[in-house]
Write a protein that binds this ligand. Structure first.
Ligand SMILES: Nc1ncnc2c1ncn2[C@@H]1O[C@H](COP(=O)(O)OP(=O)(O)O)[C@@H](O)[C@H]1O
Ligand SMILES: [Mg+2]
Length: 255
């Protein structure tokens, strides 16, 4: 495995009953790059995401992070290994202020007993420092005391990404970060993702929005019916007749 490969899946697979939701998927995500997994609804993208991020245990295959086998490890262990994730489904505490959401995320990654995160008084200086950094980096200062539930959808997704970064991961996994966003919020998120990579983060993004992926990614993996259909530079993937038939063809029909 080349040293600029940060994440590698090898023959990854899982079944739900008779359905082979992920079928023998092997790909690599490079350090300092934006790698995208695309595919129509039901292609197996979120399931692949769950296999990599430790929410689901694969039936076959392996996940390697920086040459280390992380297959089937729980999310908390993966966080310590440098892999963080932000979900397709919103994961915020709506009834808590923005700052408190960030504080919980920062506290959660501190070593120590799990209940420490529940005690305000025990919040460590380093966690508070991380919260302040994230508020500045994500331009959340004006909303820091606002309840997360009152933020716009775009701001909520932004906050979720900030929370995922509380642990200073090397690799960030994002599942459809622009789902339900306005065009302007989608553009802002794309810009944010680019800036994070410029700051040294590597990103694996699972995304339904083809236009976004094609503009944003260094490397694209196309899934269809659980299997890898194609991969390569966005221009190469876009020109692949198999991809056009399976994905873009379907997009056109649905449009
Ligand atoms: N927990 C589950 N149990 C049974 N079937 C599932 C489960 N999760 C996903 N599936 C099925 O697996 C397939 C892939 O789903 P998913 O990974 O969510 O696709 P995508 O994210 O590409 O839309 C779909 O047919 C879906 O219905
Ligand atoms: Mg999905």
């Amino acid at each position: 495995m080349s040293t600029d490969v940060l994440l590698q899946t090898r023959n990854l697979g899982v079944r739900f009953g008779a359905l082979q939701a992920v079928d023998d998927v092997s790909f690599e995500a490079r350090r300092g790059a934006i790698t995208a997994v695309i595919g129509p609804n039901g292609a197996g993208k979120s399931t692949l995401f769950n296999l990599i991020s430790g929410s689901l245990r694969p039936l076959t295959g392996q996940v390697m992070l920086d040459g280390q086998d992380i297959t089937g490890q729980p999310p908390q262990r993966l966080l310590a290994a440098g892999l963080a994730r932000s979900f397709q489904i919103t994961n915020l505490f709506f009834e808590l202020p923005v700052r408190e959401n960030l504080r919980l995320a920062a506290q959660f990654v501190e070593p120590g007993p799990w209940w420490r995160g529940l005690h305000h008084v025990r919040t460590s200086r380093s966690a508070m420092q991380r919260v302040d950094e994230l508020i500045a980096q994500f331009e959340l200062a004006a909303d820091a005391d606002e309840l997360a539930g009152f933020l716009s959808h775009g701001q909520q997704r932004r906050l979720e990404i900030a929370m995922a970064l509380a642990s200073r991961p090397r690799l960030l996994l994002l599942d459809e970060p622009t789902q339900g966003m306005s065009h302007a919020d989608t553009e802002d998120t794309a810009q944010l993702i680019r800036s994070l990579v410029q700051d040294g983060l590597s990103i694996l993004i699972v995304e339904h929005d083809v236009d976004l992926v094609m503009k944003l990614s260094d490397h694209v993996v196309v899934m269809h019916q659980g299997a890898k259909l194609s991969q390569g530079h966005p221009d190469v993937v876009r020109a692949d007749p198999a991809v056009q038939a399976a994905y873009f063809g379907q997009e056109v029909q649905h449009a």
